[in-house]
Design a protein around this ligand. Sequence first.
Ligand code: HEC
Length: 133
Amino acid sequence: MDYPFINTDVNTDAERLKVGAELFTKLQCQSCHPTSNAIPPGKSPEDLAPNLQLAHERLRPDWVLQWVADPQKIFPGTRMPTFFPPNDKGVPVSPFPDILGGDVKAQIQAIRDHLFITVGGGKRATRSSSVTN
Ligand code: HEC
């Protein structure tokens, strides 16, 4: 992966962030991942997946796209579910055909943007200071 991708990848807009928040809820990311210092109800700390609050500081935006698209490919055996399983032609399919026209790539981007910007504290998350919007 090339570093230059980072700058463009986190450019987003309000509509995409809204869709991202919706998908984040529908896919129940928070059933495993804390997004604050509070522990989700019914979980003990050792059950939990990494806190996503700081994901925008730790993770590369393009890596997150790949991770959400296919966690097993990056980390075989991970408990992180495959949310966009491939159909019999090997094409990933969204469980939500009505959101963004069922466009898997756009949905994953929206989730990532929600994660980086809304969960990450309203900042444009990038390691470069050259991004202005
Ligand atoms: C069933 C539990 C579960 C759900 C639901 C889940 N994840 Fe995960 N996720 C994990 C686990 C566990 C890991 C850590 C990798 C591992 O140890 O297998 C992880 C890792 C991650 C990471 C990397 C975190 C880091 O700091 O290294 C990101 C980003 C992430 N998940 C995003 C999401 C998003 C976005 C959703 C919802 C679309 C989601 N996860 C739903 C279990 C879950």
